[in-house]
Design a protein around this ligand. Sequence first.
Ligand code: NAD
Length: 500
Amino acid sequence: MHSPDVFASFQPAFAPYEGTDLPVHSPIDGGLLTTLRTHTKADVAEAIERASVAFGAWRNVPAPKRGELVRRLGQKLREHKERLAWLVTVENGKILEEGRGEVQEMIDICDFAVGLSRQLYGLTIASERPLHAMTETWHPLGPVGVISAFNFPVAVWSWNAALAFVCGDPVIWKPSEKTPLTALACQALFEEVAAEFGAPDHLSQVVVCNRHAAAAMIEDSRVPLISATGSTAMGRAIGPQVAARFGRCLLELGGNNAVIVTEKADLAVAMPSLLFGSVGTAGQRCTTTRRVIVHRSLWDRVYDALSENAARIAANKVGNPLDPGTLVGPLIDRASYETMQAALASARADGATVRGGQRLLEDVLPNAYYVAPAMVKVARQSGVVCDETFAPITYVLPYDTLEEAMEIHNAVPQGLSSSIMTTDLREAEYFKRTSDCGIANVNIGTSGAEIGGAFGGEKETGGGRESGSDSWKQYMRRQTSTTYYGTEAPALAQGIRFDV
Ligand code: NAD
């Protein structure tokens, strides 16, 4: 592994958590990075108790002052951007450029939250009764439980935490067991900022644990919001657990994102987005382009161009994600590779044409899972095409009319990101109205999003929205308040007379 000095610089952050329970490997070469102890259910319950105490203090700090803490966090992240990006790449396997992009998203959401800290606006509502004043105000909610996935090991925490902190809420973070080190690194940076600022203890905590211990947080009504990012299977498991105690859930789950390429597409604009969306991040983004739905007249051309470019990448651009020339790093682990191969076998059995998908660099790196991105030409959407396989597999399908394209587009269980490539305004507007996804783009791909917009999706993607726009409202409690300021006994609601 490169840069042992950088890794050593994180040792103080890891040291308090070192143990024998959880080995952490780098997907770059399969090597062991370190071994951590994990938290038990009882440890998680204690973290909730500490967070409840922190809430009692933090909720009373004025919101713009809370924003000052987040401003300093953003500044700290700027100072440590390069080494944190390096750790993201080492632990997760995304290319360094994308590691930097992920840390930049953390900085951006901090900036957004600082502004927000002076704009947690409520409403003044016209009362139907004389001499009554009605308002709607927003109040801190309580400790927020954040569960994050391996593929955005640090950004997801910041999307939640920056908003939660300005809204007056502590955060308990359960990172993926595959990427706990980046969480511990963020926690250490946060603690430096919190100490300089004089924030209450335990405003942010990390629990390194499996799903059984995490249940302590999911089932505890002292944690009014669980914000969980991961697979649809995870959301299906925890959603009912949180609902059973009438808690709030913000679910950010799997996607099966499609790009529609119409006859009117400008292919010079479309092709780079299609390629990056399909192949970039080794297909391990929730917004990865998994389906390309192409007008039949362009079906062969688009498939050939995508598979030729994917083959070129496989030939010399798949490899160590720390190397500047690399465009695609490894899959996270062996299980991910096996799931990919099973999906390709299933597509072949259904009569699809598969190019790519084979394992690469096995001779030199037997414990790492690098693959050639797979392009799959398929005449109809069925079977495995409707599933999210978290690997670089792109299904390229034909359509004849735009109505049919939209039917194909919407006929999957997930509803995260979608896109149309067209130069025709009517096609673009029809697409935006008809796509059932949380994100609908025109002439840009499905992959990635800006923090200023609300991010999330419909159907089995879970319905949650986080990051920009008015997502902050989920981290607060809404209150409607009516004041009577007259001197006579007030009129009763609904005009009821209650004379005795
Ligand atoms: P995963 O579901 O295996 O794990 C995600 C997190 O949930 C981990 O921390 C895991 O420990 C935890 N978890 C899983 N089951 C749990 C349970 N029953 N109780 C408590 N915690 C549980 O997902 P992953 O493999 O880490 O990430 C990939 C998935 O995440 C993909 O499906 C991807 O689309 C999705 N994802 C979605 C978004 C989004 O914003 N919609 C963003 C990133 C990733």
